[in-house]
Write a protein that binds this ligand. Structure first.
Ligand SMILES: [Fe+2]
Length: 58
């Protein structure tokens, strides 16, 4: 999940650069990837809080 957070930060930064440079096509592609990373992060949070963290405590 830590890696997902790095990816989210990286893609967010790249999207900001695309906005500044007027690179709309690249921005759309990067936004799709950023959305995938955010979905993955949400899934990992659900896994952790519903199962993995609970088992780890035991
Ligand atoms: Fe990822």
């Amino acid at each position: 999940q830590k890696v997902e957070h790095y990816e989210i930060a990286s893609y967010g930064t790249l999207i900001s650069y695309c906005k500044l440079l007027g690179e709309k096509k690249a921005m759309k592609i990067l936004q799709l990837t950023l959305d995938e990373e955010k979905n993955c992060d949400t899934l990992l949070t659900k896994l952790a809080t519903s199962e993995i963290n609970i088992k780890a405590v035991k």
